[in-house]
Design a protein around this ligand. Sequence first.
Ligand code: GNR
Ligand code: NI
Length: 167
Amino acid sequence: MAILNILHYPDERLHTVAKPVTVFDEHLQQFVADMAETMYQAPGIGLAATQVNVHQRVVVIDLSESKDELLVLINPEIIEMDGQITYEEGCLSVPGIYEEVDRAERIKVRAQRVNGETFEFAADELLAVCIQHELDHLNGKVFIEKLSRLKFNRILQKLKKNQRKTL
Ligand code: GNR
Ligand code: NI
């Protein structure tokens, strides 16, 4: 097991569009285990492979208090969505920034397990928000890019200032 390095905005690599996973082998299993370990120790409720600079369509999520309900989504797709929810989001790639974002409230998801088996499920509320947030990462999008230009620019200035301080 290993803790992976998480990219921080505005790292250009966060804008890479991830490719579908085609090989379901032990290397994928090991990578998923490392992603889960990285998410738990961050700590976060979700992590997309893009955030650890691996541009494959892999997501891990765990919303449980006890951190023992790992959801692994390989090649996830949203096949239905409806409703609207406004939720205050954060992101491990944008530390210290929390902003309200509008998303679909209910979604249907099709994905594969780490063994390649396809499954479908419905999600709502925080799970729906988190899946949409992670799918955006796989498509090279970060949540602050969904905000107004004014808010986005303010956040970008703040991130750049913080980056200067930590150099
Ligand atoms: O840990 C996380 N919390 C969170 C809160 C509200 C909406 C989305 C998230 S996902 C985030 C972890 C992360 O950056 N995943 O990409
Ligand atoms: Ni994120």
